[in-house]
Design a protein around this ligand. Structure first.
Ligand SMILES: Nc1ncnc2c1ncn2[C@@H]1O[C@H](COP(=O)(O)OP(=O)(O)OP(=O)(O)O)[C@@H](O)[C@H]1O
Ligand SMILES: [Mg+2]
Length: 250
């Protein structure tokens, strides 16, 4: 089956001459849940930003559903939605409901269609009760769920998240993780990068490791995680203590 996301020899060099990515070959199948790990500065965010054309390859290609991103940027951005680490900068609406409506309103849909998409996204993320509240009053975890609701309302095939658990406490992390697992069960493709492997390791299928802009490992989580320390990534402590991965949610 054709991958929904694919990079072929993707390299990226920044304006200052520094290489951010070197020859990345990554293919993600529809419905996969892929975690990308790597030390600070290893190139995770740089890689994610190529998936919807926020960055352009210096050499190599990026394909979304078989079409080169640069060839049809609009299509890539409809297919792949991003949730960034800095959630606040993504919030523009006066209420939670307005905020979620912002994306679909810009897709040129009818009012009824927008309303339906918004209500569904609020329901999926469990935010209905907060629909009329100002987004700025939400907690960190609720804001992250709001950002996820906003991108879900655009019905993407792929959800890409950069550090979705950063700054979240236990209930916040649990809510976001449960959300992601539910989306995964409904067959959405999920790619996320995180430093908090213990939270996702037992729930994802595949782990990719970056080190200094290169892809140094790719495989089933349990296999890749065993050798992950040498790339500057802390293995989950459940693995260190008991020799196996414990699901963070059970
Ligand atoms: N615009 C830029 N110009 C020059 N170098 C950059 C630019 N953006 C990022 N870099 C460098 O590229 C490398 C990879 O950065 P990137 O943000 O992709 O890392 P990361 O794996 O996401 O790190 P973190 O875990 O800290 O979020 C870093 O060394 C960073 O300093
Ligand atoms: Mg980053």
């Amino acid at each position: 089956m054709m991958p929904i996301l694919e990079t072929v020899d993707l390299s990226h060099r920044f304006a200052d001459g520094k290489w951010g990515l070197k020859k990345i070959n990554l293919a993600v199948g529809k419905g996969q849940f892929v975690v990308i790990a790597g030390a600070n500065g290893s190139g995770k965010t740089t890689l994610l930003r190529h998936f919807n054309g926020l960055l352009e390859p210096t050499s190599g290609q990026v394909f979304v559903d078989g079409v080169r991103v640069g060839k049809d940027l609009l299509r890539a951005r409809k297919t792949v939605q991003m949730v960034f680490q800095d959630t606040d900068s993504q919030i523009v609406g006066e209420t939670v409901r307005d905020e979620v409506a912002f994306g679909p309103e810009n897709l040129g849909l009818s009012r009824q269609e927008v309303r339906l998409l918004v209500e569904q996204a609020l329901e999926t993320t469990g935010l209905q009760a907060l629909a009329d509240v100002s987004p700025h009053l939400l907690s960190g975890g609720e804001k992250r769920r709001l950002t996820i609701a906003g991108v879900l309302a655009m019905r993407p095939q792929v959800l890409v998240l950069d550090e979705p658990f950063s700054n979240l406490d236990f209930p916040g992390t649990k809510m976001v993780l449960e959300q992601l697992m539910a989306l995964h069960r409904s067959n959405m493709t999920i790619v996320l990068c995180t430093h908090e492997l213990e939270k996702v390791a037992a729930h994802a299928q595949r782990l990719v490791v970056l080190s200094r802009g290169e892809m140094v490992a790719d495989g089933p989580v349990a296999e890749v995680i065993a050798g992950i320390e040498k790339f500057g990534v802390h293995p989950p402590c459940s693995l260190k203590c008991k020799g196996r991965l414990e699901p963070w949610l059970s």
